[in-house]
Unconditional design. Structure first.
Length: 259
């Protein structure tokens, strides 16, 4: 086992060309939307690229947060599995873990948790297991804060509204992803943080539902009354930043160019 801080651990993090490619698409979307006129085809296309590629980037960072935390605590298999490369193709099934959440963003503006990494946490102390589980949502929360601070200080009163609307919707998705990931539902990070405190019998009985947790979540979010309350809560949290909630709504509209 290599100890944290050793030179070999510092060189293990090598972002993949795939990650850089997705990041480049997000930047391209930002450039296009920066120069786009409102309601133009370029505005829709630019915001679509900015939001979707930006979301995939944060999914990669979310899963990297889990993997890096586990790696720092001795899970050497993380590097062998390619989890430290930020390659979205390494984080479970590309279609189900990346494609499905992107589809829900495109259709309903719902930032579902995406991606998954398989980590050896069973032998680790409960405190470390909680750190690993919460590292992913912490990335989403940090991304939301950074984006909202940038928008708050540079976007309000500025030109290039299309760009700021798109960035606002991406920030909104980060707020939503943070909340969803922290729900104590089997298969989500909130449950992962709670799991070490449960009895072995309870954990065994809930293990069978880990693969279904995301499906239960989707089903609940499509109940009109639940959907309305949930989105009101997310918009309320988003509004605490001082960024107008309507900006995220405009960004959502611009992203869905087919409407």
């Amino acid at each position: 086992m290599t100890f944290p801080g050793a030179p070999t651990r510092r060189v293990a993090i090598r972002p993949s060309p795939v990650f850089y490619g997705v990041l480049a698409l997000a930047v391209l979307g930002g450039v296009l939307s920066w120069n786009a006129a409102p309601r133009s085809t370029l505005a829709h296309f630019g915001v679509f690229l900015l939001v979707i590629a930006g979301w995939v980037v944060t999914v990669c960072l979310h899963e990297f947060g889990h993997a890096y935390t586990a790696w720092r605590h001795g899970d050497d298999e993380v590097e062998a599995r390619g989890y430290l490369t930020l390659n979205p193709l390494k984080y479970s099934h590309p279609l189900l873990s990346i494609g499905l959440p992107v589809l829900f963003i495109a259709l309903g503006g719902i930032g579902l948790p995406g991606g998954a990494v398989y980590l050896r946490t069973a032998g680790l102390p409960a405190r470390v297991q909680r750190q690993i589980s919460l590292a992913g949502p912490a990335v989403n929360a940090a991304a939301a804060v950074v984006l909202l601070v940038v928008i708050r200080f540079f976007g309000l009163g500025s030109d290039h509204k299309v760009f700021w609307y798109g960035l606002s919707f991406l920030a909104f998705l980060q707020v939503m992803a943070t909340v969803l990931n922290l729900l104590p539902i089997p298969g989500l990070d909130g449950y992962g943080a709670l799991e070490p405190s449960l009895s072995p019998q309870t954990r065994r009985s809930l293990d069978q539902y880990k693969g279904l947790g995301i499906l239960f979540l989707v089903a609940f979010l499509f109940v009109p009354s639940v959907n309305r309350v949930f989105f009101d809560a997310i918009y309320g949290l988003f509004g605490l930043s001082g960024v107008p909630s309507i900006w995220a709504e405009y960004g959502n509209y611009l992203m869905r160019f087919w409407l």
